[in-house]
Design a protein around this ligand. Structure first.
Ligand SMILES: [Zn+2]
Ligand SMILES: [Zn+2]
Length: 260
């Protein structure tokens, strides 16, 4: 590189290109973001260009206080006794978000990981302003999926959020059996299929040395359970039921990246 070019770059550092569309981000990727945390805001602004940010279908108004759906919700009316207190989603699972998740999950576009975590924080932040959690945990991936993919997407984004908000992450759940791919199944089959799929890991895995000062309360822990997508709520319900069985009086609150 010529000295003049190097000097120019030093004086005018180029913003990175948009992770999704490859366009230059420029300095004016403004517009409102429903995320308050400065670190996550920066990740979004420096990772995505203004037009890609504009595609994100944030859930800004909630119609169902239980599952956080932006529309009137027949599901929760039919099954009011959910084992979780509430679940909140950051975005609607529309076609653009399907593509985004597929890029990360199946194409392994790792650069999207902090962006997904930053997006998820839009669902987590309002809860944190009301209460504190004893632990963050994630819906565990099926072993076969883990072998195919090499990583557990829900756990990765849960860890990133836990770290940022300084809540200990604990893997509290395990799968007890294999279930087929849920995306090919109908609503009723999904609900039936998920029954008894999860169990709590007992005793809860110990944390590293540094976190010894944070004991996990055996009674009445407040747990933030994270998953990537909420569809029928059967996974969230099964995981919450397993946690409540292991931890009496436990309060489970869900946060998902997308609500379908
Ligand atoms: Zn873009
Ligand atoms: Zn609902």
């Amino acid at each position: 590189m010529r000295l003049a070019d190097r000097l120019h770059e030093w004086l005018h550092p180029r913003m990175p290109d948009c992770v999704l569309c490859g366009q230059s981000i420029g300095r004016n990727a403004s517009g409102p973001l429903p995320v308050r945390d400065a670190f996550f805001r920066r990740i979004l602004r420096e990772g995505l260009c203004g037009s890609c940010l504009g595609w994100i279908p944030w859930i800004l108004t909630i119609a169902c206080p239980i599952c956080g759906r932006p529309d009137r919700c027949g599901d929760c009316l039919r099954r009011p006794n959910r084992p979780f207190v509430r679940s909140r989603g950051a975005v609607r699972y529309d076609d653009a978000m399907k593509e985004l998740l597929a890029l990360y999950k199946y194409r392994g576009l790792e650069k999207l990981e902090p962006i997904l975590a930053a997006m998820l924080s839009a669902a987590v932040e309002p809860m944190l302003s009301e209460m504190r959690f004893d632990a963050v945990t994630a819906v565990p991936i099926a072993e076969r999926r883990l072998e195919e993919r090499g990583f557990d997407q829900a756990e990765r984004i849960a860890c990133a959020v836990a770290e940022r908000y300084r809540i200990p992450f604990r893997p509290l759940l395990k799968r007890t059996r294999h279930t087929g791919k849920q995306s090919f199944k109908g609503r009723r089959d999904r609900i039936e299929d998920m029954k008894g799929t999860f169990a709590a890991i007992e005793p809860p895995p110990a944390l590293g040395q540094a976190s010894r000062a944070l004991p996990f309360p055996q009674s009445g822990p407040r747990i933030l359970l994270i998953d990537d997508i909420y569809t029928t709520g059967s996974t969230m319900a099964e995981c919450s039921a397993a946690l409540r069985q292991a931890y009496p009086n436990g309060e489970i609150h869900g946060a998902v990246w997308a609500r379908s």
